[in-house]
Design a protein around this ligand. Sequence first.
Ligand SMILES: Cc1cc2nc3c(=O)[nH]c(=O)nc-3n(C[C@H](O)[C@H](O)[C@H](O)COP(=O)(O)OP(=O)(O)OC[C@H]3O[C@@H](n4cnc5c(N)ncnc54)[C@H](O)[C@@H]3O)c2cc1C
Length: 434
Amino acid sequence: MDSYWKEVEGKRLHDPLTQKQKHGHPVPQIWVQGPLIVGVGPSGLATAACLKQKGIQSLILERAECIAPLWQFKTYDRLRLHLPKQFCELPLMPFPSDFPTYPTKQQFLAYLKAYADYFKLNPVFNSTVTKAEWDERCGFWRVKAFVVGKCVEYFCKWLIVATGENAEEFVPQIDGLEEFEGPVVHTSSYKTGGEFRGKKVLVIGCGNSGMEVCLDLCNFNAFPHLVVRNSVHILPHKMLGRSTFGLSMCLLRWLPMRIVDQFLLLLSRLILGDTSRLGLHRPKLGPLQLKNLSGKTPVLDVGTFAKIKTGKIKVRQGVSRLSRHTAEFVDGSVESFDAIILATGYKSNVPSWLKESKMFSEKDGMPRKEFPNGWKGECGLYAVGFTKRGLLGASMDARRIAEDIEVVWKADESALMAFTHSSVLPQSRVQRHD
Ligand SMILES: Cc1cc2nc3c(=O)[nH]c(=O)nc-3n(C[C@H](O)[C@H](O)[C@H](O)COP(=O)(O)OP(=O)(O)OC[C@H]3O[C@@H](n4cnc5c(N)ncnc54)[C@H](O)[C@@H]3O)c2cc1C
């Protein structure tokens, strides 16, 4: 171990990041006694709270300057939780009873702030993790981060990836996109249809966000055209007086998924009619089976479909090319537009900073193992919130991770304490965070 720390010191001196540090100060090295969590969205908060409840203090690094920046800055004004609140609450703290079934984004944010306060979670903000790798020699994760503009290196035994499925905007390759002269906005920057009043807007992507943005545009007297490139399941938000999600969960307790799918599709047909007549073709697999196999979420209709029926929202097939003011569609038609909204989703950023490819796929930055087994890797590596099952999936991961770490924590606690106080660590350079 002694030679290991000598080598760390040697590498530190030759590390370009070290040399970039101003005034010749060396990169501070901090030993984290508990788990290190990267990201403080709902998943990071849930995991830190579950750990805290077990007496395990974690260190949370967050690149933004607040908790849940996705919800604070990258969501539109009219957003409410898509699923009823009982399926969205984080572990150990229910939503306030006076919250509506579908809390608004402001209510959800207030809940997250109260959650962080209640569990006394104090993330280190403005801290972007740029690299994390397992160091075989010492048996720790080495995590490099820019903390308020300065490079810091952390050493930890447990690394919890909570950077989310929505870390970066995804923009597909669309011919001519850069030529288009009107505004091109990703849904992460879209706030309200008020900015598009009277404008003809092309909305590319027909997931829950794309559909809801179209409705919002209509409500502000804009003229949206929705691009539906592939097949999509659109389901009523409510069925038989219950939320469609709640009803599905209930039926799945008694019936096979295939039968529940048939039931959902029958009710959808009765309530919405034949969606394919309006250009919204259904996939061959049922909505739950498709979600289970591919993670593709069905659209829960909040009023968009009625606007499609009345022709206020036009459904278009795929775009083949964009030019300065127009879009050419795969059916050969060409039409002019004032603006484009990209409802094309997000992607994980894990491969950009985690130097590991066994647990996470380098292709899409998602765990290689299917739900419910994607939460645990090797050498104390964990993933929370990568289940394609929203907040419910994140809560399940958070509980499992805390339980798993607790087992080792209890066994290790005394040994760890002895280690931190031993003389092998160069105490002058390696600080402790506990
Ligand atoms: C518009 C929208 C509506 C949604 N509605 C629902 C819903 O109603 N119900 C539901 O269950 N799910 C919903 N989801 C899905 C999901 O639950 C949310 O995306 C949720 O925010 C995921 O939480 P998270 O903590 O996993 O990820 P995020 O909220 O994205 O948090 C990840 C955090 O990691 C930080 N981070 C990323 N990279 C780094 C780095 N290198 N260093 C440091 N920090 C980093 C980010 O800044 C961020 O704060 C919705 C998603 C979207 C986009």
